[in-house]
Design a protein. Structure first.
Lengths: 217, 217
DNA sequence: CCTACCGATCGGTAGG
DNA sequence: CCTACCGATCGGTAGG
């Protein structure tokens, strides 16, 4: 097991009341910039020197926080996962299991696109599209998150069916494919061209598939 | 016709009917490789030296065919458009206008994914996802093709509605969004992970939306 | 966290 | 279509 752990560079000294050391704050500043750059330029076009300029550090200063570019990329993905769980998955799972959660997963996803949590739209849709044909540790981590995300939808679609919120003979995998299609398409249309109609159409689409009325605009 | 002491590399015999000069054939070989690389590595990761190695030429030999990298990228997009029109759009437009053409556009699209015309799936979905946040001449050309492609779907959806192949109160733009969503999602799932079920689900999805039975597998 | 530096690679040019 | 070369940029290292 050679998986790198995301450790802060300095362990908190006992007695030190620094809730966040300068090192941790710097690291977070780097990763915040890295997440933005990754959704616009791509995870691969992320450059250590470019990040350094952006936050006013030397190239080697940034480099010192990560041992390699790949490690920086992996740390960026991990940071994005925290943001996504916080803004999308967590709030959605507060709803009742089943159809309400499926709707909430889509709505919170579209909300996070709308408020441009990441400037290039969905971090995972952006980076998976970029790296999907180039296997490696970074791509594997992205695929893992995709599997987790799809699993959430699938689980709550199955619950919705078992609870008869949707017809008992519903094809859960077909519904999953269609609903996820709307999410990805909304990401592409809204992030690139600020087409708000794409968000509305995704909200409408998921409700149509689940036998609900269109959302109150 | 006397043979001179200094001969060209390929002796062009007087009676030989070279419909295509060596220069044209070389250019096509470069662009063929470029289209493949672009769907796997990205249009931006396309390198002149990389293409040269791949087809056994010097870097400057490849460079001589295009005046700049951007010009190479634009030529690659133009070549891909010819391929796509030939394999997808042309055959689909041979169907009756309206619903049959909508179905054919999707089926020919999925067919071209299935036979891996481009190793990374749809050339335009791949490259637009890559460049969508970076405006420029290449991105504009890709957006133009996307508009053209969506326009085909939209026109034949409107015809289908006017011909009452789908309900008269159908929301053509909503249908367009949903159907195009399936196409993009199938591209992503099939090209990256060879998941044939994604192709089947896209075929099923478009037929569901148009009030048809699932395709005969 | 810095300055200084490296080898590799890129787009592009010179000249043939 | 070639050899030879350039300036810029990249990831990464040395040493502090």
């Amino acid at each position: 097991m050679t998986v790198m752990a995301m450790e802060p560079p300095e362990p908190a000294e006992p007695g030190a009341r620094r809730l966040r050391s300068d090192g941790v704050r710097t690291r977070e500043a780097i990763l915040s910039a890295a997440m933005s750059v990754a959704t616009v330029q791509g995870l691969d076009r992320l450059t250590i020197g470019g990040l350094a300029d952006h936050i006013g550090m030397s190239k080697s200063g940034v480099f010192a926080h990560f041992r390699s570019k790949e490690s920086l990329q992996l740390a960026t993905v991990a940071a994005a996962r925290v943001v996504f769980d916080d803004e999308v998955v967590g709030p959605a799972l507060a709803e009742a299991p089943g159809r309400a959660t499926v709707i909430a997963l889509m709505d919170r996803f579209l909300d996070h696109l709308e408020r441009r949590t990441f400037p290039g739209g969905c971090f995972f849709a952006s980076t998976l599209a970029e790296l999907r044909m180039r296997p490696g540790p970074v791509t594997s981590t992205l695929v893992d998150f995709d599997t987790y995300w799809l699993g959430l939808f699938r689980r709550h679609l199955a619950i919705a069916r078992d609870q008869r919120e949707i017809p008992a003979d519903s094809d859960v995998d077909q519904l999953l494919f269609e609903i996820e299609s709307y999410a990805i398409h909304a990401h592409l249309r809204y992030s690139a061209r600020a087409d708000e109609r794409a968000l509305a159409r995704a909200r409408t689409g998921v409700r149509e598939r689940l036998g609900l009325d269109a959302p109150a605009a």
